[in-house]
Design a protein around this ligand. Structure first.
Ligand code: ATP
Ligand code: MG
Length: 461
């Protein structure tokens, strides 16, 4: 509350109003004292005029006149020669004399403050000018207690009034600040928070409507910021998707090109001299294309498009994979085996299924080739009521520990020199797109096997 904007305003207003009241209080209490004394002088002057009618007043009448005027003595000097004088016994010594005729404002203020602070009831003499030019000078003797009491009374009234004014002013300011500043600021902050939580939610975008200029500027600036940011976010998202798509295309394009590279190896041994002469150029171009794909792969990946599912003959797809991988075997002694029932079909996207199996078989082939020993790669398929299984097993050296830790994580599990560590991640993602999953079934020093599970679901599809 006290740290809030309206709370601060409440406190500051109260303090400022009180300060202003003090500035008013000091001169007005001095003024009050002066008026009080002048009033006493005037009343005393009127009382003394009774002497003009009757030179010798009765003692009781004189006492009564003085009491009504609130003074002990009056001396009214009419001119150099004549003066009127009323007097009654003074209960004590005259403590001080005040001459109002030439008192400066500063002296009046000082005397008023001293009077307020002095608790003793004193006898004082006050000198002033008679009203209506009734003489040269008037002088009275009076006690200070009634004066001080009246001053305190007056001060308390000023205090109460200033309290009242400051409370009213402060609360009005409090409400005004809330309506004019706090609520619009809160609304702007609310928009900021909502936008920060969900930048794609259009409800977080502000519609400027503040009437206070500075707030309106803040709202406009926020709107501009949000518009630009949303635009940038959308663009970034689109670019990320594009980058992902390019990465995948590059990955598999590289694999295809690697196969082409193997063909060109054979072309180099052709009998036709022209073909032989072209071969190195072809090899050079393909190598450049492969490295271009590889550097593109360094940029990131994203979701594959949804598969277009059809019933595909599994043997056909696997035979394609084996044929293209067998070409790449080269000098190594690697045998391919296929245990798939004649005419077995699975529901899959043929292109994607080819890429899935291709990635797994290629990994196995590369792993066996790296050992320099002979080996076997077996692709077996089975089916149950709910699902199809395609198992790719090899007699290779098994997955290295780091590859096992980061299995299916893009760019992380790749241990092979020249590999990008995307193959298994892509295969797993494609299988997931079919509603199935890719699993490492087992791996040890005698070999590795992966299992592709595809759900059957509704086959009439
Ligand atoms: N059948 C396997 N036997 C032994 N190790 C394997 C086998 N399959 C994968 N690996 C290991 O797992 C790593 C990750 O494989 P992945 O296919 O994801 O990437 P990569 O083959 O290195 O690169 P890319 O396939 O993107 O060209 C490989 O580098 C390899 O070390
Ligand atoms: Mg691979």
């Amino acid at each position: 509350m006290l740290n809030s904007l309206s709370g601060r305003f409440l406190i500051l207003t109260t303090v400022f109003v009180m300060l202003a009241e003090v500035l008013i209080f000091v001169p007005s209490i001095a003024r009050f004292r002066e008026d009080f004394l002048l009033n006493r002088l005037e009343r005393a002057q009127i009382a003394s005029l009774a002497l003009l009618a009757d030179d010798m007043l009765a003692e009781e009448l004189e006492a009564e006149l003085l009491e009504n005027a609130g003074v002990y003595n009056v001396v009214l000097r009419r001119d150099e020669m004549r003066q009127l004088m009323l007097s009654s016994p003074i209960p004590g010594q005259i403590a001080q004399t005040y001459d109002l005729r030439m008192a400066s404002a500063w002296v009046l203020i000082r005397d008023a403050m001293l009077r307020l602070g002095d608790r003793d009831n004193q006898i004082i003499r006050v000198i002033g000018e008679p009203v209506r030019d009734a003489g040269l000078l008037i002088e009275i003797t009076m006690e200070t207690e009634p004066l001080r009491m009246a001053m305190i009374d007056y001060g308390l009234r000023i205090l109460a009034l200033s309290l009242f004014i400051s409370i009213i002013t402060a609360s009005m300011l409090f409400l005004a600040v809330r309506a004019l500043l706090v609520r619009p600021i809160r609304s702007v902050v609310g928009y900021m928070q909502r936008y920060a939580n969900a930048p794609e939610d259009a409800r977080g975008i502000i519609s400027p409507n503040a009437s206070v200029t500075e707030l309106r500027e803040a709202e406009d600036a926020l709107l501009m910021l949000q518009t630009q940011l949303t635009h940038a976010l959308k663009q970034r998202e689109r670019l990320a998707q594009l980058g992902g798509a390019v990465a995948k295309v590059s990955h598999d394009l590289r694999n295809i090109l690697t196969s082409a590279q193997l063909f060109t190896d054979r072309i180099e041994t052709s009998d036709d001299p022209l073909v032989r002469r072209m071969a190195p150029k072809l090899v050079g171009s393909i190598t450049r294309a492969v490295s271009l794909c590889e550097s593109t792969l360094a940029f990131g990946r994203a979701e594959e498009p949804a598969p277009t599912l059809t019933m595909v003959d599994l043997r056909d797809v696997i035979a394609d994979v084996v044929a293209s991988e067998a070409l790449a075997v080269g000098d190594a002694e690697i045998e391919f085996g296929m245990e798939i029932a004649e005419g077995m079909t699975v529901r899959a996207d043929p292109e994607q299924l080819f890429r899935i199996v291709m990635n797994l078989v290629r990994n196995a082939r590369q792993a066996i080739a790296a050992t320099g020993k002979p080996g076997t790669i077996l692709i077996a398929a089975s089916q149950s009521d709910e699902e199809w299984h395609i198992e790719i097993s090899d007699t290779g050296p098994g997955l290295p520990p780091k590859a096992r830790e980061h299995l299916f994580t893009p760019f992380q599990g790749g241990m092979r020199k020249g590999g990008s560590g995307l193959g298994l991640a892509i295969a797993a993602e494609l299988v997931r797109g079919h509603g199935g999953d890719l699993r490492l079934k087992e791996t040890d020093r005698t070999g590795t096997s992966f299992d592709i599970r595809l759900p059957r679901g509704d086959e009439t599809f």
